[in-house]
Design a protein around this ligand. Structure first.
Ligand SMILES: [Zn+2]
Length: 143
């Protein structure tokens, strides 16, 4: 989560909402990292998880991220939860819950939807206070 938080802080350089993500392989080595670059790229899909997943997928044969863990500072949205499922990532760790758009239990439950063919083990609220504070400070300074 420390590395994901570092990625999140780096998003502040481009005035993007500070959200960061990393993908670790089965050996615990970081094979993909990303930060929210929506404003920077002018791309509504440039979420931290999407960029980390794309980069991680280049580091493995094929596209399946079997055995990997995605760590992200904010509960994934529906798009990112969909990408996590499509990438076959078996484990997600996230920091702050997102009561407005979270798709790992807050608003929707995509990662553990039993009707889908891929289920994800989810650990939410890890270093939640730090992750939430970063977002709170950002929005407090942009009003
Ligand atoms: Zn997302």
């Amino acid at each position: 989560m420390g590395l994901a938080l570092s990625q999140a802080r780096a998003a502040l350089d481009t005035r993007d909402v500070p959200i960061g993500a990393v993908v670790l392989n089965a050996e615990g080595v970081v094979i993909g990292a990303g930060r929210n670059e929506r404003e920077h790229d002018g791309d509504p899909t440039a979420h931290a998880e999407m960029l980390a997943i794309r980069r991680a997928a280049k580091e493995v044969p094929g596209w399946r991220l079997d055995g990997c863990t995605l760590v992200v500072t904010l509960e994934p949205c529906a798009m990112c939860a969909g990408a996590i499922s499509l990438a076959r990532i078996p484990r997600v760790v996230f920091g702050a819950w997102d009561a407005k758009a979270g798709a790992a239990g807050s608003v929707l439950e995509v990662l553990r939807e039993t009707r889908l063919n891929h289920w994800v083990e989810v650990f939410g609220g890890v270093r939640e206070a730090e992750c939430a504070e970063l977002l709170r400070d950002f929005f407090a300074n942009h009003r």
